[in-house]
Design a protein around this ligand. Structure first.
Ligand code: ZN
Length: 360
């Protein structure tokens, strides 16, 4: 693969226009679910959906981007590369697999370079039945004022987190911060108290496109975890060994799981991917998150803490805010030709494997 740069954008608006162009060049219609707010350049925001394949296809492969807004720079690039690769379209058609591209699950975060939705919610912690008790995260509660401290930077807060890691281990600190929490709306990895716009809209998309098929595959594109340029294939589904075995048959034994500790990710709650089984109960669902590494985890977490601090402090000066926002973007988007080429190559491979898995 050469010249992968052309699939990647510098702004959400550019990414969206490129996606729509790529879909239309393939003769696909794009259905846009408009978001109620505008982006950072005043542009409209939307979850854009393009389906390559008949409405009654027995198998559907979802390729989705920007669950975590700013991570969409990567996911959108992979989607555009797939739309441009004629061989992928042919392979899917020959296998009877419809490909459903969902561009910008969280367009607001994509445009504003935030990981969260406009509700300050981590979309991949938001998929709960909010009439039932929400998971507890006592470790986050204990550390909340150090995770997002009143001042930034805060060496004292950093020391508290380091002391927690020294006492309980790095994995325990990672889980405390990232597993999801439901009590600190001005904190990070907050799962919300109600379904977000993105959750509600995605459920409609799944109902429209997933209810008729018998087999549903899902590759959800992420960044910010693991070694730079490496795509960790993280099982995305229920804690069910049969489903995990199917994901490994499709995507290889390297598929990791948050349920058995093999993933770089902590055990999470409120996962988006479970919505496929809920909305498409007749389909056999097989999914994975393709999680591309960028910078070391400590830098990623520091960027998110700083970003949330700035969000909580509208009075913070413009130069500091701009620095923090740039830090977030760089934590989730490595804007180099080498990294982009690695992303595209692994994204294409995973998508081809998904088609083969669904074809069986
Ligand atoms: Zn993510």
């Amino acid at each position: 693969m050469h010249d992968t740069e052309r699939f990647f954008a510098q702004t959400y608006a550019e990414a969206r226009a490129g996606f729509i162009r790529a879909a239309e060049a393939r003769g696909l219609q794009v259905h846009s679910h408009l978001h109620p707010l505008r982006g950072q350049d005043g542009e409209p925001l939307a979850m854009d959906v393009a389906r390559d394949g008949p409405a009654d296809a027995a198998a559907v492969l979802i390729i989705s981007s920007a669950c975590h807004g700013v991570e969409g720079f990567c996911g959108s690039g992979v989607q555009r590369a797939l739309l441009a690769e004629a061989a992928f379209g042919h392979a899917a058609r020959a296998a009877g697999v419809a490909v459903l591209y969902i561009h910008a699950l969280n367009p607001w975060g994509f445009s504003w370079w935030r990981r969260t939705t406009h509700e300050n919610v981590d979309l991949n912690r938001n998929f709960h039945d909010f009439h039932r008790p929400l998971p507890e995260n006592p470790a986050y509660d204990e550390l909340a004022s150090a995770i997002v401290p009143p001042q930034w930077p805060s060496p004292q807060a950093d020391e508290r987190l380091a002391a927690y890691a020294a006492a309980h281990g790095d994995r325990a600190l990672q889980a405390a911060i990232t597993a999801g929490q439901y009590k600190h709306p001005q904190g990070i990895f907050y799962g919300g108290r109600a379904p977000t716009w993105s959750q509600q809209t995605l459920r409609h998309v799944l109902q429209d496109h997933g209810r008729q098929c018998q087999r549903l595959g899902w590759i959800d594109l992420h960044t910010g975890l693991g070694p730079s340029g490496h795509g960790e294939r993280i099982f995305a589904g229920p804690n069910d060994d049969r489903v995990l075995a199917r994901a490994r048959a499709w995507w290889g034994d390297a598929v990791t799981s948050i349920y058995d500790g093999s993933s770089t990710s902590a055990l999470l709650s409120g996962l988006m991917w479970l919505s496929a089984g809920q909305e498409c109960p007749h389909a056999e669902v097989t999914g994975m998150a393709l999680e591309f590494g960028t910078v070391p985890m400590a830098e990623v977490v520091a960027a998110l803490r700083a970003d949330q601090w700035a969000e909580n402090h509208p009075e913070c000066d413009a130069a500091q805010r701009a620095r923090v926002r740039r830090q977030v973007r760089e934590a989730f988007y490595t804007d180099t030709p080498t990294w982009k080429a690695q992303i595209v190559q692994q994204g294409l491979e995973a998508a081809h494997q998904g088609v083969r898995g669904l074809a069986v």
